[in-house]
Design a protein around this ligand. Sequence first.
Ligand code: SF4
Length: 164
Amino acid sequence: MTKTAPLRIGISRCLLGENVRYDGGHKLDSVLIETLGRHAEWVPVCPEVEVGLGTPREPMQLVGDPQAPRLITINTGVDHTDAMNRFARQRVRELEALNLSGFVFKSASPSCGITGVSLGPGLFARAFMAHFSLMPVEEEDRLHDPQVLENFLKRVRAYRQSRT
Ligand code: SF4
């Protein structure tokens, strides 16, 4: 990696401090921004806002079959599964054109989480990883471990190299 060629990395938008969460807040991850952010050109994505849900909005959870979970609002039971899956399939195709070399997902989200989600991964993360099966992905909290961060950076650089 050179200074003139930052690594283009997708990221769950709330981690950059943008108020896109269901509760109207954000999840700015200063550690991540100060470490990985030095090397990255971020490409932010918020699946729940981009699919057309407002901020704030009712929180959701995954329910049902772990192989094909439904994305349902917790209090009123509205099912956003089909809309989110349609959106995710289209969004990953758009992201293809941006030549990402990795993605940092917000943990424990029914849309973005990889682990720590009941019945996870979240629907967008699931579609992303199915589409970009070789691309390095991580969750923000794991990247606070310097060894995990270093390993992720190595994998991201190797992925970019393999695509040139
Ligand atoms: S976790 Fe994902 S869907 Fe939820 S606010 Fe952050 S970017 Fe949006």
